[in-house]
Design a protein around this ligand. Structure first.
Ligand SMILES: [Zn+2]
Length: 79
């Protein structure tokens, strides 16, 4: 595996971190993220098209980080 690309396209809004994200599959803002820091895992789920993913997490993981990892993985798999 190569190194992780750091790519921050989104603008960060400081006071409110987003809780829902855009689904790469259906294009709707319906991705919710559940982080289980004790299990070091995060689950992503689209409320619209039922796309699901499991992403490795750690103690510092924020939903936006998980989402970034998820997008990397998604585009690697489907590109
Ligand atoms: Zn979707």
């Amino acid at each position: 595996m190569g190194r992780r690309r750091k790519q921050k396209v989104q603008k960060r809004v400081r006071k409110t971190l987003p809780k829902v994200f855009t689904c790469p599959e259906c294009g709707k803002v319906t991705i919710t993220i559940e982080i289980h820091k004790d299990k070091k895992i995060a689950y992503l789920k689209c409320g619209n098209c039922k796309l699901e993913a499991k992403i490795e997490a750690n103690y510092l993981s924020e939903p936006v980080d998980i989402y970034g990892d998820f997008l990397d993985k998604y585009y690697e798999e489907y590109a």
